[in-house]
Design a protein around this ligand. Structure first.
Ligand SMILES: [Zn+2]
Length: 397
C-alpha cells in the first residue's frame, strides 16, 4: 500500500469562496472552543472533549452547515497538536501551551474518509464535490486512480485555495518497476548517509558563513538603537543571511536532483521533530530548515520525474540492527553500530539508512531483500571528530 499526497488548485466561484471562508471560520471557532475546554480539564479526557461537538450543534444550529466529520476532525487535530507539543517538550525545546488560533493562523479544514467526491467532467473540467459546500472547480494535473482517503482544503495567505488529496494505492507495484531503491538518513555529522554508502558531509562553507552571521548579529546588537550604524549593520546581517540561504539552496538543489535522477524509490524518515542540540547553536535552525527544504525539493523533483518518495516511521531506526532486527542500544556519541547478536559492525548512520530502506521496501510490498552490508573499519579519526559535538547533543536529551 502506498500513500501519495497531491496538491491541486481549487477555483471556487464567489459564493463558494464565501462558503469556504465561512466553514474555515466555523472550524476555527470549534477548534478554539475545544481547546478552551481542554485547558479547563485537570485530567485530560479525550472522550469528554469529543462529546462537546454534538452539544455545540444544539447551541449553535448553524454548525450543522458544516460537514459533521469535518467538525469532528478538529478534535482529532487538537489532540494531535497536543501530542506534537509533548514530543517537543520531550526533546527539550522551550515551548508553551497550545495557542488559540487567530484567523491568519488557521488555514485548513479536512474531510476524512467521506463527504467528498472527485467528479470527472470531461477534458480538463473536473469538479470536487464537498458535502455542505458544493462542486468546486479543481485543476488536477495528475490522475488519481487509487482510493482517496482524505481531502484537506487549504487557504494560502495569498487567498488561493488548494485541495490536498491523500490517495491510497492498494495495487502492488511490479517488482521490476523500481530497480533502484535508496534509504536516506539525515543527520548532523553527515548531512546525508544513504544505503548505497553515499556520504555527504554538511557543507563546510555553510558553517563558515553561519559563523560570520553570528558575529554580524553580535555587532548589530551592540549598536545604538535608531542609529545609522545600526541600520548599516542590519543590512549586513540580512545580506549575510541571504548568502547562506542561496548557498544552501544551491547545495540542496544539486543533492535532491542527484537522488531524483538516480533512484526510482527514495525512502526518508518521516521526522516532524528533529532531535538536536539547540540554544547555543544558531546553526541549529539552519540545519533544521535545510532538512525540511531538502524534503521539499526532493518531493517535487521526485514527483515530476515520476519517482516514488516514501516516508517511514523513524521509531527505532537508529537502534535496530539492519541485518537481524536486534535492538542495539547506543548513546548518541556512539558512531558505530555493533550488534552482539549477529556481529554486524558498521557505521551508525549507514545502519540507519539500511533500516530506512528496509522499511520502505516493506511499505511497497517488496518484502525483505537480503542485505549484506560490508564491514567498515572505523578509523579513530572519524570517531573523535564527531565526539564532542554529539556529546553536547546527548546532554540535552
Ligand atoms: Zn544484528
Amino acid at each position: 500500500m502506498i500513500t501519495l499526497t497531491h496538491k491541486f488548485r481549487l477555483y471556487p466561484n464567489k459564493q463558494q469562496n464565501e462558503k469556504l471562508l465561512w466553514t474555515l471560520n466555523k472550524c476555527r471557532e470549534t477548534y478554539n472552543f475545544l481547546l478552551s475546554e481542554l485547558q479547563r480539564q485537570k485530567v485530560i479526557d479525550r472522550s469528554q472533549i469529543q462529546g462537546i461537538i454534538p452539544d455545540l450543534k444544539i447551541c449553535e444550529p448553524e454548525l450543522k452547515q458544516v460537514y459533521s466529520k469535518t467538525l469532528q476532525y478538529e478534535c482529532y487535530q487538537l489532540f494531535s497538536n497536543l501530542k506534537a507539543l509533548s514530543q517537543l517538550k520531550k526533546h527539550n525545546r522551550k515551548i508553551g501551551r497550545l495557542r488559540f488560533k487567530g484567523t491568519n493562523w488557521f488555514k485548513t479544514f479536512t474531510y476524512n474518509q467521506s463527504g467528498f467526491k472527485l467528479i470527472n467532467g470531461g477534458k480538463r473540467c473536473q469538479l470536487l464535490h464537498l458535502s455542505k459546500i458544493g462542486d468546486i472547480k479543481i485543476r488536477c494535473h495528475r490522475n488519481i486512480n487509487g482510493k482517496i482517503k482524505q481531502i484537506t482544503v487549504k487557504r494560502e495567505s495569498s487567498g488561493k485555495w488548494f485541495a490536498l488529496i491523500i490517495e491510497e494505492k492498494k495495487e502492488k507495484i511490479r517488482k521490476n518497476h523500481f530497480k533502484q531503491i535508496v534509504g536516506i538518513d539525515l543527520g548532523l555529522e553527515n548531512f546525508i548517509y544513504d544505503s548505497e554508502k553515499n556520504k555527504i558531509k554538511n557543507p563546510r562553507h555553510l558553517n563558515e558563513h553561519t559563523n560570520k552571521l553570528i558575529k554580524l548579529q553580535r555587532k548589530l546588537s551592540k549598536k545604538q538603537k535608531k542609529s545609522k550604524n545600526r541600520i548599516k549593520a542590519r543590512v549586513k546581517v540580512a545580506k549575510q543571511y541571504e548568502k547562506i540561504i542561496n548557498n544552501r539552496n544551491d547545495f540542496l538543489h544539486k543533492l535532491s536532483r542527484f537522488y531524483a535522477n538516480n533512484y526510482d524509490v527514495i525512502v526518508l524518515e518521516n521526522l516532524q521533530v528533529i532531535n538536536l542540540a539547540r540554544g547555543k547553536y544558531l546553526s541549529k535552525s539552519i540545519y533544521d530548515a535545510s532538512w525540511s527544504r531538502f524534503r521539499q525539493f526532493l518531493t517535487y523533483k521526485a514527483e515530476s520525474a515520476g519517482k516514488l518518495l516514501l516516508f517511514v516511521d523513524p521509531k527505532g531506526t537508529t537502534k535496530r540492527c539492519s541485518q537481524c532486527g536486534n535492538n542495539v542500544k547506543k548513546e548518541i556519541w556512539h558512531r558505530t553500530h555493533k550488534c552482539s547478536y549477529c556481529n554486524l559492525k558498521i557505521e551508525r548512520d549507514y545502519n540507519s539508512a539500511l533500516e530506512i530502506k528496509k522499511l520502505g521496501l516493506q511499505q511497497i510490498g517488496q518484502g525483505l531483500s537480503k542485505f549484506k552490508p560490508v564491514e567498515i573499519a572505523l578509523t579513530g579519526n572519524s570517531l573523535s571528530s564527531s565526539h564532542q559535538f554529539e556529546k553536547q547533543e546527548a546532554l540535552l536529551e
